[in-house]
Design a protein around this ligand. Sequence first.
Ligand code: SF4
Length: 380
Amino acid sequence: MSDRSFEIGPIRPPSEASSLLLQVTRGCTWNKCRFCTVYRDSRFQVIQPEEIKKNIDNMAYFRDLLMSCAKADGTIDKGALYGYLEKFTQEELQCFYMIYNWLTHGGRSVFLQDGNSIALKPEKLADVLVYLREKFPHIERVTTYGRAETLSHWSEDQWKLLRQSGLDRIHSGFESGSDNVLRMINKGLTQEQQIDGGRKVKAAGIELSVYFMPGIGGTEFEQENAEQTAYVVNRIDPDFVRLRTFVLKLDSEMYLMKQRGEFEELTDIGKLREIRALVEGIERPDVTVVSDHIVNLVGSLNHPIREKKEMLRRIDEVLSLPEKEQKRYQLARRHGIVEEYSHMASIPQRRLDHFDEVASQYPDREGWEAYLNGILRQYV
Ligand code: SF4
């Protein structure tokens, strides 16, 4: 890496698409979940605060350079800017454009990477947060990923320190609240740790966004997966529950489990039934359910639980469709054309005829599910 560039890690939640990405750890502390392949070939590493601060300095360098090219009317002096850009390496250009895009989107939020950044000791992370906010005083929100096991590990005082230092939100992949499912997917944590960790984060005043995977328990734990997750959510009262419907990756350990007959997948519609059970089971009115990924069969479910009636109506609309119409909807949704059933009215008849033709090629359930999964795998 050149002296002016900074590292950019592989993943961030979709809600952090406009955030500046600051890497404070590399990889994942656990790296053994049977469905996950993100960090398979990388080793977990903590980046020391001195190195992170140097990266923050480099981010500030690109910000200052861009500001130095701003004219009095707010536009950019392109000649001056290109003069700098042509001297940059490819790596530096990538860093510059990250800062440029971030600032043109308001430059308000930062996401700390990678998979479990709160593994960095709270005292060290607090030091980094304070430095980041000093260098970029206009930042309004700093968020990061954190495993429930680590959330539970730190004390209430350490969480308060992180809050005071400027950490605003934790995204945590709970996947399921069921201990049976957590064991099956080798998540390396328990329901008790989820509740304990989640409560500590909330008590410190940090927003909590937890992720649920409809279908991750397969047919064996159908409904238990959703019901136990609702149980956990009701005990924590997180700010958001984000849906990430399970899609079996062909290079994952769970695919091998399926081949050995140890895991049977739920159908696309079965996974939607689990979303329904979760929404129905959550009793905390202020928890917002977020369906912000195309893998979810109904997309427009971004409401607080106090509006659960409307969310259930949209789900039931799809669940109660006759088979032919349901398959049309599944295809339209899996191709990203619609978010909910009411959007089907805008699809031209010839497109619907095409969907019918496609569906007729997969008359048996297995073939149909395999076809849908093939589409879904392009999104994960
Ligand atoms: S904790 Fe998250 S990043 Fe780590 S292996 Fe599990 S799913 Fe993947």
